[in-house]
Structure formats: C-alpha cells, structure tokens
Design a protein around this ligand. Structure first.
Ligand SMILES: *Cc1c(COP(=O)(O)O)cnc(C)c1O
Length: 232
C-alpha cells in the first residue's frame, strides 16, 4: 500500500476512535482532504484510495488542479481567504465555499454562480476567538450575514467554519453553541440543511469531533508536511 493510502487509513481509524469516544456514529464525520500546495497527482492517488472531497486555499492553484483532474468525480471545497476579484472562479468551479466572511463576497458569489450548477454550498467562517486577526465574520455581525445569505437563491447556507488559535480547543464548543443560537433565533434556518460544523485539522480533530464537528479539514496527516510555503 502507498504511504498516502496508509495515512488515509490511519486517519479514518483515528476519526472513528474519536467518534466512538464522543458517543457519535463511526463514519458520521466527513473528511475533507486539504490538498493545498500538493500536486494534482497526489490528489489522484488519494482518490484512488477512496477520498472524494478536497479543499484548496488558493484560487488559481485550485482552478488549475480542478482542470487537471476533470476526469475524476471529485468534490471541491474552497477554504481560503477570498478577494472580490476572484469570486467568479470560485462560483464557477467549486462545490463548496467554507470561508465566507462578508456580504459583498456573498452577493458576488450568488450573482456569478452559473445557472446550470446547483447552488454553491456555503459555510460562514466565524472569528470565534481572535479579535486581533481579521479572518472570519465577527460574532456580532453573524446574524446579519446569515440573513443575507438565506435570501440569496444561488447560495445554500450549510453551516459554520472556524480556525481557532492553536491549542484553543474550547473554541469548538463555542462554534457549536453559536450554531444552536442561530437556529433558535433565525426563522428560515433548518437544522437539516444548516447542518455543518467545519472544524478540526490534523492536530486537533479529536477535540473538534468531541464538540460536534461534522467535517474535519485535514492536510498534513494525509499528505505529509507541505514541501513549499503556500503561495501569496
Ligand atoms: C491548511 C489548512 C487546513 C489543514 O491543516 P493541517 O494542519 O495540514 O491539517 C485546514 N483548514 C484550513 C483553512 C487550512 O488552510
């Protein structure tokens, strides 16, 4: 078996242990393989080992990889910071967008989502624990952004995403509570469709699964250390 297939098997076993430890159904948490900085051939090998969903942080790198792998039935998730001049590529090529943080980007993605495709599946990134960083929607602005996205027909609001400071695993429970608060206060949000908590990475996925993560985003534990620094 290839090293990559071994890594994937070990990771799936690790996730299953975390699910059982948290009294959750084994196999119920989705695995998003974060393939940023990895060549298309590594994605092809991961697909051969049974992985279907892949996450990319950089628009051009993602678009190139999607084109190179168009012969495979893959599901592509955009998980990085997105500037307004790059929204068209994300709206046109990706199935999911996890890092929505402001209304202007939401409106552009809605306008630019091609009519022949199903709605773009969207999570709002929440700045759950770090006011010093600019990434993510501030919790105070979240209800307004949720209402905006709910009104946009070409976007389907699926949940929340966070990237806490390293070691701050308490943030995962905060994000889960934030989802519950939104479900209780915003008519039109349904628990069946607003069902995603995108949280947990290679180093902290056990804590995220214990707090209710439904999708972990994992790069290093599958592909190994990233060989080159991420571009721009
Ligand atoms: C790189 C990245 C990951 C994966 O991180 P690893 O520590 O390599 O598992 C997850 N989410 C986002 C948003 C990332 O940029």
């Amino acid at each position: 078996m290839s090293e990559l297939a071994e890594n994937l098997n070990a990771l799936r076993a690790r996730m299953a242990r975390a699910e059982v430890a948290a009294d959750r159904v084994p196999g119920s948490v989705r695995l998003l393989a974060v393939s940023k900085t990895q060549p298309a051939e590594a994605v092809r090998a991961a697909h051969a080992a049974g992985q279907v969903a892949f996450g990319e942080n950089y628009v051009q790198e993602g678009v190139d990889k999607i084109a190179a792998l168009a012969d495979l039935p893959l599901e592509w998730h955009f998980i990085g910071p997105l500037q307004s001049n790059k929204t068209r590529e994300v709206a046109g090529r990706f199935h999911w967008m996890h890092s929505l943080e402001r209304e202007k980007i939401a409106r552009r993605l809605d306008e630019q989502r091609p009519a022949g495709l199903p709605p773009l599946q969207v999570c709002i990134q929440v700045n759950i624990d770090d006011e010093a960083s600019k990434a993510g929607c501030a919790p105070a602005d979240l209800p307004g952004l949720v209402r905006t996205v709910l009104a946009l027909p070409r976007l389907e609001l699926r949940g929340l995403m966070c990237i806490p400071r390293p070691g701050n695993t308490a943030a995962f429970a905060d994000l889960a509570k934030t989802r519950q608060d939104l479900l209780a206060s915003i008519p039109g949000l349904s628990p069946e469709r607003f069902d995603t908590l995108s949280m947990g990475m290679s180093d902290d996925l056990e804590a995220a699964i214990a707090a209710g993560s439904t999708l972990v985003r994992v790069g290093t534990a599958i592909f190994g250390a990233r060989a080159r620094p991420a571009p721009g």
